[in-house]
Design a protein around this ligand. Structure first.
Ligand code: NOJ
Length: 765
């Protein structure tokens, strides 16, 4: 009886406020309505129900972490009791409806589940892996691709994605580098915000938007030696200046959730890091969403040697501000006791639950818990032709032309004879990449198919694989690619050589297989696995007219190829329309415009490598060997950050600053003329870099502070302006504040991080 009255009260509250919401237009008012609703629900909850909201289970439709031994039956019972606030990996409308129904039909307060999934670069229509897509430097298409991913996911019952990953990463060995936007905090922040806006739209309550998740907070991309889950020894200033800016931008953009990270930072696991989660994120940045732990990361504090048992881990995590427990089963087992014996303050629990309820209200789940469970939408709005067409757009804009000696590209479509060679040439799986959500195996348009679609039937296409990358072809989701699977089988190489011999041009598709990058996929070798290098060299012996189509999720060591082979096209893992998009570029239907979001080294020994490095006390010494360099390799990149060629040529001129001296809160307008002096229309990413010459802390030798992607017709000139202001000049100083320090600055504008067009200015007190 009492139960029924309570339920009626909750729904009265919700309905009343929902109705008035619709008439209400100002954000502030609707926010305060949400707060009232949250408080009204919280007031009705028992401690056990509160802890239930902080509990997230995996749904076992897809297992994206170490599986637990908790049975499905146990999970069902907990769902019915209202002891689960969220599930991840519950896929399809049918399954999400079933899970939601268990809660709605049985639990006392009927608080709907929020359903999470790793929708990282598309749901079923797959876009380029995030590192690849970032190479487009095109915020509009990135936003739209996230919006399409959200709309497909929301049509299948999902209302929360664990994306974007905004971990700045400077180490090609780290397998998860493919999931982010590379080495630069400014670019990562801009792309992260575009993705958040795409996923969440302007209103979370709309049916086709979903909650985003900024991850992994923080320092995960700085895993020592690029080994996944490893420690990150980051000082406070580096953390603030190089790692946190994208997260702050995400919080300001209103991202609904954050996920913490597996690593420790200077001895403290991120999941138990109070300064990061409570003090910086929730206090200083005043962010009101909720923090989900990473998979099992609460329990992993035991292995870290930071918690003595699961109860202690729960205590540390809850006190540090981890609001939801993903798959550690720590909160459900221990929080009640920890609150009762005073080890965890009930206010921390209330705060966590309010944050979770807030997101659920904003998603509209209380108005209609089944709003994402629409069979019609699931049938009609996923993997549509329109979405495929957009995937091709994004893919072609993500391709980076690394080398094009003698303008071997674009190829003439009327080419008589073309050899398409390599283990990835007809691979329909690799372009789908890792973290592929519902992107099916072998569903991409292969390069060979794309080429066939592009050329007339009169063109003679000879295809030879040449070799495999690994012997084991079981490229399932759990395939771990141990190195002993590397193939040593060279038997296919002679046929490839024969095919290459008489061809007018050779397209050689080599690189990494889909699951070579991603979680747990760290490597110390970033060259070509298997016998790919042998294949390349054998083909090169008989035909120098080679275009390498590189498919990969991390920067690779391509130094031999870069020296010998005339043309290299960086094609990442481009998603569902990969082959068509690559063909668009190969045959000149699209002029490549991508720029590297990450430095490509001469060899793995240079890692971590990044353009925005510090000068050191011994940057160069022409007269003695004792300066900061390698004796056996350059210290700079083979292909630097921001780099990418075009089929046309852009000329930069007339760099002007409207003033050369400003106060700390002043601004400078930088202007530059860019002309297309080549023979083809094209796009260019105009980049602005600065250097703060002397600081209270040492400053990077260059920092990206602005970019714009522009289109120029042949012969056209455009004047582009950038504003340098407080935001561009400030950094987290020795005073532990974001400040602009007076002094001298240098500024460059150009087409990559080696831009040479330069000016200077001064900031005065
Ligand atoms: C672990 C990964 O680190 C995280 O990024 C992902 O969202 C979760 N597993 C859920 O799959």
């Amino acid at each position: 009886m009492q139960k029924n009255i309570l339920v009626t009260v909750v729904f009265l509250f919700i309905t009343l406020f929902s109705c008035s919401d619709k008439k209400n237009s100002t954000n502030q008012t609707s926010n305060s309505k949400v707060e009232q609703k949250v408080d009204s629900v919280l007031a009705l909850m028992t401690l056990q129900e509160k802890i239930g909201q902080m509990n997230q289970y995996n749904g076992s439709w897809d297992v994206t972490g170490p599986a637990s031994n908790v049975s499905d039956q146990e999970k069902l019972e907990k769902l019915k009791n209202g002891e689960v606030g969220s599930m991840l990996n519950v896929l399809s409308v049918k399954a999400t409806r079933e899970a939601q129904k268990l809660v709605m039909d049985n639990s006392r307060l009927k608080i709907p589940l929020i359903i999470g999934y790793d929708v990282i670069h598309g749901y079923k229509t797959i876009f380029p892996v995030p590192l690849g897509e970032s190479a487009s430097w095109d915020l509009d298409i990135i936003k739209k691709s996230a919006a399409i991913a959200a709309s497909e996911a929301s049509a299948a019952g999902v209302n929360w994605t664990f994306a974007p990953m905004i971990d700045v990463s400077r180490d090609a060995r780290w397998g998860r580098i493919m999931e982010g936007s590379g080495e630069d905090p400014f670019l990562t922040a801009k792309i992260g915000v575009a993705r958040i806006q795409g996923f969440q739209g302007d209103d979370l309550a709309k049916n086709y938007t979903i909650a985003a998740c900024a991850k992994h907070f923080a320092g995960y991309g700085f895993a020592e030696a690029g080994r996944d889950y490893n420690i990150a020894n980051i000082g406070e200033y580096e953390l603030q200046n190089a790692i946190l800016p994208p997260f702050k931008a995400a919080a300001e953009a209103g991202v609904a959730t954050f996920m913490n990270s597996f690593n420790e930072i200077d001895g403290i696991p991120a999941t138990g890091h109070k300064i990061l989660q409570r003090d910086i994120l929730k206090e200083d940045w005043n962010w009101d969403g909720f923090m989900v732990s990473d998979w099992g990361s609460i329990g992993e504090m035991i292995a870290h040697g930071y918690a003595k048992d699961l109860s202690h881990a729960a205590e540390i995590a809850a006190n540090a501000g981890s609001d939801m427990d993903m798959e550690s089963y720590a909160y459900e087992a221990h929080l009640e006791e920890l609150v009762n014996n005073g080890k965890v303050d009930i206010n921390h629990i209330d705060d966590a639950v309010k944050r979770i309820l807030r997101v659920k209200f904003k998603l509209g789940l209380f108005d209609d818990p089944y709003k994402y469970c629409n069979e019609e939408r699931e049938k009609n709005e996923i993997f549509t032709e329109e979405n495929q067409a957009f995937s091709r757009e994004v893919a072609k804009k993500s391709i980076v032309l690394l080398k094009n000696d003698g303008n071997i590209l674009p190829l003439n479509k009327n080419i008589k004879n073309i050899a398409v060679i390599g283990p990835l040439a007809d691979d329909k799986d690799t372009p789908i990449g890792n973290w592929r959500a519902k992107g099916g195996r072998n569903t991409a348009v292969s390069l060979l198919e794309g080429i066939k679609n592009a050329v007339p039937s009169s063109t003679n296409i000879i295809h030879e694989k040449g070799c495999d990358i690994v012997t084991n072809k079981a490229i399932g989701r759990t395939f771990l690619l141990p190195l002993e699977f590397n193939t040593t089988d060279k038997s296919g190489i002679p046929a490839a050589v024969k095919a290459a011999k008489n061809a007018e041009a050779v397209i050689l598709a080599i690189g990494e297989m889909a699951l070579q990058t991603g979680e747990g996929r760290s490597q110390t070798n970033i060259g070509f696995l298997g016998v790919q290098q042998e294949l390349l060299e054998a083909v090169y012996k008989v035909n120098k007219n080679i275009v390498i189509v590189l498919m990969n999720g991390r920067p690779m060591d391509v130094s031999w190829a870069a020296e010998k082979v005339p043309s290299i096209l960086e094609c990442w893992q481009l998603g569902s329309q990969s082959g068509n998009a690559i063909a668009d570029v190969l045959f000149g239907d699209y002029n490549p415009s991508g720029k590297l979001p990450v430095s490509f080294p001469h060899n793995v020994g240079q890692e971590p490598l990044y353009y925005n490095q510090k000068n050191t006390g011994r940057p160069y010494n022409a007269t003695h060997v004792t300066f900061s360099a390698y004796r056996d390799a350059p210290k700079t990149a083979l292909f630097p950050f921001g780099y990418g060629l075009s089929y046309t040529t852009f000329e930069y001129k007339n760099l002007k600053l409207d003033k050369n001296e400003i106060p700390v809160n002043g601004k400078i307008i930088v202007s530059v003329d860019i002309s297309n002096i080549g023979n083809m229309d094209g796009e260019e990413v105009v980049q602005l870099y600065i250097r703060d010459l002397v600081g209270s802390l040492t400053r990077p030798i260059r920092e990206l502070k602005g970019f714009e992607k522009i289109f120029l017709k042949t012969g056209e000139t455009k004047n582009i302006t950038f504003t340098i202001n407080q935001e561009s000049l400030q950094f987290y100083t020795v005073n532990k504040k974001w400040e602009v320090e007076p002094g001298n600055f240098e500024v460059w504008v150009g087409g990559d991080s080696n831009a040479s067009l330069k000016s200077t200015f001064k900031v005065i007190e």
